[in-house]
Design a protein around this ligand. Structure first.
Ligand code: GRF
Length: 190
């Protein structure tokens, strides 16, 4: 089976990266990770790329005069891979319009809330403070607005009595690991 080339962008731990690596090892999975990029040279997730023999590179944003120059270098580096999808997995930098327009309908993101609720940071804390009964996660296409764009998949997670930010984050993360590989499959097969 010919698999579609995927790039994964991370900034930290990389547990979602790992879930995609695992899924892509199935011979019937339609995608394969061709490269991992991190804007953080110390991202733990880079170890996962290394251990799984996936090409990776990092660029330190602090060495660039502005975001356009930084992103143009990323675009040049990833171009030869002819990526069918770029999956943001805990990538903590907002992409410019120029970058997004370079990969139209080919950039996905995972967000730890049931969008459109709780865009941005501290999603679990805000959901608990607002006494929500249900939290969850969302995989969506990336557009120019933060945590916006067409939704591909969502998964609900129940908020239990006495739930803390940490316990909820753990439960939602588990759901993230389920839906991200699935959403990628949907996006690749459409
Ligand atoms: C996840 O909760 C993801 O939804 C958010 O950032 C976190 C990344 O975690 N965008 P990891 O690096 O994949 O473990």
């Amino acid at each position: 089976m010919n698999k579609y080339p995927i790039g994964v962008f991370i900034s930290g731990r990389g547990s979602n990266l790992m879930s995609i690596i695992k899924a892509s090892k199935d011979k019937n999975y339609p995608g394969v990770i061709k490269l991992v990029f991190s804007d953080n040279p110390c991202a733990k997730g880079l170890e996962l790329a290394k251990e799984n023999n996936i090409e990776y590179f990092t660029l330190d944003y602090n060495n660039y005069e502005n975001k356009n120059i930084f992103e143009n270098e990323i675009l040049a580096l990833i171009k030869p891979y002819k990526l069918e999808l770029i999956c943001l997995a805990g990538y903590m930098r907002i992409l410019t319009k120029n970058f997004i327009d370079s990969y139209p309908d080919k950039i996905l993101n995972i967000h730890p809330s049931l969008l459109p609720k709780y865009k941005g940071l501290n999603t679990h804390r805000r959901a608990i403070e607002n006494k929500e009964n249900i939290a969850g996660c969302t995989v969506h296409y990336v557009n120019q607005n933060l945590d916006d764009g067409k939704i591909i998949l969502q998964r609900e997670v129940k908020i239990d009595y006495g739930e803390t930010e940490k316990t909820l984050a753990d439960k939602v993360l588990e759901a993230e690991h389920d839906i991200y590989p699935e959403a990628i499959k949907i996006a690749l097969m459409k």
